[in-house]
Ligand binder design. Sequence first.
Ligand code: G16
Length: 550
Amino acid sequence: ATDGLPTLLISEASKSYPKPDGIKFTYGTAGVRTKGDVLESTCFRLALISALRSKRMGGKVVGMMVTASHNPEPDNGLKAVDPRGEMLASNWEPYCTEAANALTDEELFAVLQRLIKADSINLQTPAVVVYAHDTRPSSPKLVKAIEAGLAAIGAEGRNGGLLTTPQLHYLVKAYNTQSTPDPYGEPTEEGYYKKLADAFQRAIADKPATSPLTVDCANGVGAISLQRFQKYLPASALQVRALRTSIDTAGALNNGCGADHVKTKQALPSGFEKEVAEGERLCSFDGDADRIVYYYLNGHASQKESFRLLDGDRIAALVADYISELVKRAGIADEIKIGCVQTAYANGGSTKYLSQRVPVVCTSTGVKHLHHAAESFDVGVYFEANGHGTVLFSDSAQSLIRGKISSSSPQGDSQSALSQLSNLIDLINQTVGDALSDMLLVEVVLRQRDWEPAHWDSLYTDLPNKLLKVIVPDRALFTTTDADRKLVTPDGLQQEIDKLVGKYLEGRSFVRPSGTEDCVRVYAEARIQQEMEELANKVAKLVTDAAKNA
Ligand code: G16
């Protein structure tokens, strides 16, 4: 009696995917994340929800990505992708959580039924779901569970295979736009590489290649996509040296390497000191290649202080400046409003720098929040400090730019700026943060400006800062408001933090529960390094005590 849901088929298939006892799943910052060996039932169930999502969206293609991104290799997870390539609409997240936690088939059907009713889903509409996975050993089993879920509900599944997260987002958007007047690109992995390689070559134009770029691939799927991509780009256009490409070595993924390691430790990937030289351009992808940070050494690798980080904040500054300049040169500055979106983790130095140039807004952590806020600008540059971000050009900005490009008029400065903006529109993966696309974007700007990393680094000064992980028995006790900048609970803790922060010059600190790891994160920054360290440790201590006394 569940009106059109094939409950018998689903019940039969779900016998192979029982929910593990005693585990509570949550659809958090970036989907569901936990140990890979307990996720099969969740994959099966979220496949059902994804099929409903596709039906709800009139049969458009939606996506499912199996990955735990920056987390350790034994973890895994699922991110659901909406038809325009963006993250699943947030009002569907509670249904994902509830479906994942249902104890019986009846409970599961009740959740699905509520969703069908609340969103007036027509079950007769066909459903198409494209799915892909990263290199984790648990991924193939999870993909099987997704396939079983899609088969049980009668949805069409398209297997993207081994891909980066941003490639899956690209595929979703490319499928849904392929027969429209404005196709995003060919809906294949090859189409993705071709689009980026073509745009990159147009954007660097006749600027000669500089020194090679060294890429830490985090021993993850980014190693494969980078290698495949290189087949589409002549070596003369960009020389890349790929390191940490061991995708088959057990335990290697994100281990001592990758964007998260480099950003949080503010240090080279382990072993890099023997492999890289002063001044070399270096960057790190994370495990599913949706984040990137750059860095370089301004002295000998053996000296810790010679490490210089060029993180997401600095990518935002570099890119926002460049696009602002192009927009001015193109003569459309009055028509195009450029804005920047950051989170509380953005360094105070970067916020000050950017705010003097463009409007800056702050959202909660999670690309889904930043992406949404960036959509309110004609050109929205969003980056988390951890290197997750992209640039969005609104439909009207794209039409304006492309409409002003004239094939007949001589190539004056404004025409060349318009063409370059058009190249960037193609180069940037506008669906989500994309390490490969962002890397190419940074390379374009540095080459067009003829800048070494040190020049980019000199745009502004970072305040000394630290990010700590505090392990507590129950991180759900910590709840926040004001874009993660203030704690609501535990009671009174925020006041204690405020009191502490007030004692330090340019001090700032905040606490929030991670949505991807079982920890509470503590961020602190201050004018003086030593004071900042003290502030971070004292706030961490407050957190530990509050968790104990709760
Ligand atoms: C995910 C999200 C990011 C977020 C990060 C850390 O990254 O996509 O937006 O910044 O987790 O989130 P949290 O502090 O809640 O753990 P990734 O690269 O792991 O998908």
